[in-house]
Design a protein around this ligand. Structure first.
Ligand code: COA
Ligand code: ZN
Length: 303
């Protein structure tokens, strides 16, 4: 089993969508470039959603175009989409990878995208067909994979069925999202172990929020099952405006520090990552959600 970990920093999307301060396109590009400079291998740079629903994500097309015109910028970028219109906007803006949202509950599907779980599945199947022709990679993200703020605990059998269906349908990866940060490590271990046994780990990823301070423990549980792909957020920024009570994602700094100390290889430069974290905080005015930064600053500065 590989020791290489693939981190996707979702701060410029999941983080910024929930901040009271709305950043300009230039500021969003500045943040993405700072994260890329730390050798973070993949970055979710925005979403193609209704600007009325999420004003902070308006003009993601301009963010993508600005990054594409940077001569030295080579980091693969993802964009989140909630529906076919989002796919079309992303494709027209030159997106190479889209993350389409699926749901383990009808309550969340309705609140987030005004559709049912079944509708989201059907739309995703259509997007997969188009994306194949368009040469676009599709990640299927299963929202509320552990618990829904409206419908309560999610049924693991439902999640397993969605994962199986979309891997079979040709999704490049499937990501289990603990949208409100309600999962505990035993649940994560059970779910990921079962899925890895059925499908292998290569195409599976996890996305944890740190609402109940179990984000890092959940990453550990998933790693123990063989998962090697994680969504994390610079400075722990994050949260879903449509999922009450959800706070930031587990901080990229914390996950990288823990996994590197355990002997895994993320390829990320922690010193440069802390500079990106400073920029994230300066731009948003948010406090750092990560726990490791204070210690890391003292430790890395001494080296
Ligand atoms: N991007 C931009 N605009 C979109 C869009 C998209 N992906 N999908 C629909 N729209 C526009 C429609 O064109 C329409 O515009 P109009 O009023 O000018 O005609 C308007 O949004 C409403 O469209 P409708 O199909 O009735 O959608 P809705 O009002 O039921 O909202 C979503 C559905 C999906 C557009 C909206 O709920 C949304 O953007 N949700 C985002 C959720 C999110 O980002 N969650 C956090 C990440 S998981
Ligand atoms: Zn999230």
């Amino acid at each position: 089993m590989t020791n290489d970990i693939v981190i996707t920093d979702v701060g410029p999307r999941d983080g910024l969508q929930n901040q009271p301060k709305i950043l300009t396109v230039e500021q969003r590009v500045q943040l993405v470039k700072a994260i890329a400079k730390a050798y973070v291998p993949k970055i979710e740079v925005g979403s193609f959603v209704s600007p009325n629903a999420v004003p902070a994500m308006a003009d993601t097309d301009q963010v993508l175009r600005a990054l594409a015109s940077e001569p030295d910028f080579i980091t693969p970028c993802l964009s989140l989409i909630p529906n076919m219109k989002g796919y079309e906007f992303a494709r027209d803006a030159g997106a190479k990878t889209v993350a389409m949202v699926l749901y383990a509950s009808n309550g969340m599907a309705q609140k987030n995208a005004s559709m049912s779980m079944a509708d989201a599945e059907e739309v995703t199947l259509n997007i997969l067909r188009l994306a194949k022709l368009d040469g676009i990679e599709v990640i299927a993200t299963v929202a509320v994979a552990f618990e829904c703020p409206f419908d309560g605990p999610s049924d693991p059998a439902v999640v397993q069925a969605i994962v199986a269906k979309f891997l079979q349908a040709g999704a490049n990866h499937v990501v289990l999202a603990d949208t409100i940060g309600a999962a505990h490590p035993q649940q994560v271990r059970d779910m990921t172990a079962t899925l890895v046994q059925s499908h292998g780990a290569e195409q599976l990823g996890c996305h944890f929020h740190d609402t109940r301070a179990m984000g890092l423990a959940n990453v550990y549980a998933a790693v123990e099952s063989g998962i090697r792909r994680f969504d994390t957020s610079i400075a722990g920024l994050g949260g879903c405006p449509f999922a009450p009570g959800a706070t930031g994602n587990v901080a990229t700094e914390d996950v990288v520090m823990m996994l590197e100390q355990m002997g895994f290889d993320t390829g990320i430069d922690l010193t440069l990552l802390l500079q990106a974290s400073d920029i994230a905080q300066d731009l948003t005015g948010a406090l750092s959600g990560g726990r490791s930064k204070t210690w890391l600053m003292g430790h890395l500065l001494k080296q």
